[in-house]
Each structure stands twice: as structure tokens, then as C-alpha cells.
Design a protein around this ligand. Structure first.
Ligand code: FES
Length: 157
């Protein structure tokens, strides 16, 4: 996929190019591209008169930033304590098997990727995961497969 670096101009206009604006610039860039590709980090470094290593360091320090592309549906799989106790390992295994991806990978159709995260804030529903704005709780193997298949079906129709 070609990355249009000119789109970044609007982000610099909005946040400025002072070093203190870096977090805002990274957020703006991630909103634009969905993640922070190396070319984008390079361009940010040039504009903000920093080294790419420094910008990359900040981008990888904060959990909110992604340096790899994600699928159309990012599954946030809770690995917090309550979910862990209620078998989040089964949830991950089901996703691994059903979609044939590991964390950080994208399905070949570009529809899914997943990240392990800490508590989603709905521990009474453990084990839980979130896709887009929607929380799915009390997960079982069958439930997870149906949720994923429904999303696939929706994308195909
Ligand atoms: S531990 Fe999973 S929602 Fe809180």
C-alpha cells in the first residue's frame, strides 16, 4: 500500500512541529493511517528535527501506538486478572485456530488482527474481548467462533 506522506501536513498544521507536540502528532498520524509505518515516523522525525530512533522510541513506548498495520476489525483480547482466571488462554487459542493468526498478524483477507490488552473494565463478563466499540463477554469457544463468523459473513454480504 502506498503511503501518502503529504497527508501529514494537516497533522503538523494542527499540532505544530515543536518537540512537545510529538504525542499529538503521533496520534494524528495514527488516526490517518491506522498505524505508524516507518516512512511516517521518518517524515515526522524530519519535520520535528529529531532522530527517527527517538520518534520510534516514543511510538513503541506507549501502548496506544501501533507500528504495524492492523486488520479491519481489531480484536482486543483481555488478559487482565479476572479474564486470565476465567480462561482467556482459551479465547486466544480459539482466535489463533479459527483465524490462523498470532497476535499482531493480519488475516489474509485483511479483516482481523488482535492484540492482548489489560483489563477492559468489564471484569464481571470475564473472559471478555472487544471488537470496535462492542464488548463480548462470558466467552466460550462456540460463542467466539460465531462472533467471528458473523463479522466475516457481514463483510461478505
Ligand atoms: S480483567 Fe478482563 S475485563 Fe477486567
Amino acid at each position: 500500500m502506498r503511503i501518502d506522506l503529504e497527508l501529514l501536513d494537516g497533522v503538523f498544521e494542527q499540532y505544530g512541529t515543536d518537540k512537545g507536540a510529538l504525542i499529538g502528532v503521533l496520534q494524528g498520524a495514527q488516526n490517518l493511517y491506522g498505524y505508524l509505518p516507518m516512512e511516517v515516523l521518518d517524515s515526522i522525525a524530519k519535520h520535528m528535527k529529531m532522530t527517527t530512533a527517538k520518534v520510534l522510541g516514543v511510538a513503541t513506548f506507549y501502548a496506544q501506538f501501533r507500528t504495524k498495520p492492523i486488520g479491519k476489525n481489531l480484536i482486543l483480547l483481555c488478559q487482565g486478572t479476572a479474564c486470565h482466571v476465567n480462561n482467556s488462554a482459551m479465547v486466544e487459542e480459539t482466535i489463533n485456530n479459527h483465524l490462523s493468526i498470532a497476535e499482531g498478524e493480519i488475516t489474509p483477507d485483511g479483516l482481523f488482527s488482535y492484540s492482548n490488552v489489560a483489563c477492559l473494565g468489564c471484569c464481571s463478563l470475564a473472559p471478555a474481548m472487544m471488537i470496535g466499540e462492542k464488548v463480548y463477554g462470558n466467552l466460550t469457544r462456540e460463542k467466539i467462533e460465531k462472533i467471528l463468523d458473523d463479522i466475516k459473513g457481514g463483510a461478505a454480504s
